[in-house]
Design a protein around this ligand. Sequence first.
Ligand code: NAP
Length: 260
Amino acid sequence: MSAPFNNSVAVITGASRGIGAAIARAFAQEGASLCLIARHQAGLDELAAQLPLHSQARVMTLALDVTDREACFHAVDDTLRHFGHIDTLVNNAGIYQSKTFLNYTASDFQGMLDVNFFGVLHFMQACLPHMQARHKGSIINVASTAGKWGSRNQSAYNVSKHAVVGLTRCVALEASPYQVTVNAICPGFVETDMLDELRAQASMSAGTSAEDFEKAALARVPLGRMMRPEEIASMAVFLASKNATGMTGQSIHMDGGMVL
Ligand code: NAP
């Protein structure tokens, strides 16, 4: 039986765990072939072995750092050689750091931008010429609610995510004559390893206990709970699907109602 993403190919960065792994599972479920990317091969291999791949679908894994522009371009070339085309790029790889603004160094900011912003830029520039030539494709950038508002004690992270939201809007305009869509998902708190890091680091920066931090965080979420990675993945599936071909330049909150 044909599935929505049969014969589709998706490149997913930061795919080895958390939100990226949930997106990989959801795309596999819909019939896609996948190129999965993260720095560490072991996590990619473990995920690849468990994916609910359809019979005609294939998976390839590439261990690379998204800050390495040349490696990002090679990865796209390898994927095209392997599968022949790319339908969807999901830029999901990201890192988090919490410090008060005065404690950040310029190199902290640079390190955050190198992964969260330039990693996205490298992969978009590597994939777009191919998608534009086919007059087909979707790019999905995983930003954050931190790309829409200010937060205490994580200015470098917020700046990197504002940059992703801005780039999404600008590239959407330039890609739209080619019917290539570019959208961002802005998750709120999502239950992953990164949220554990945020709990630990942000409560320390704010000088509160982890329990008080958790209570304050949950009080900001109208649905009263953290999001699940699968909830972010279902939005990625929608944005890559035929149902979303008329949607571009948007940055969509998936945050339990935090930003209203
Ligand atoms: P996570 O559990 O920490 O996973 C991060 C993924 O990115 C891993 O696969 C990691 O694998 C990969 N990665 C990190 N740095 C990389 C690099 N330099 N090059 C290549 N891959 C790299 O994080 P997550 O919570 O799933 O977050 C995924 C995305 O959602 C991030 O962009 C994050 O900012 C965003 N987000 C998360 C939340 C949340 O509450 N969790 C909220 C809003 C937005 P390796 O370590 O093997 O490289």
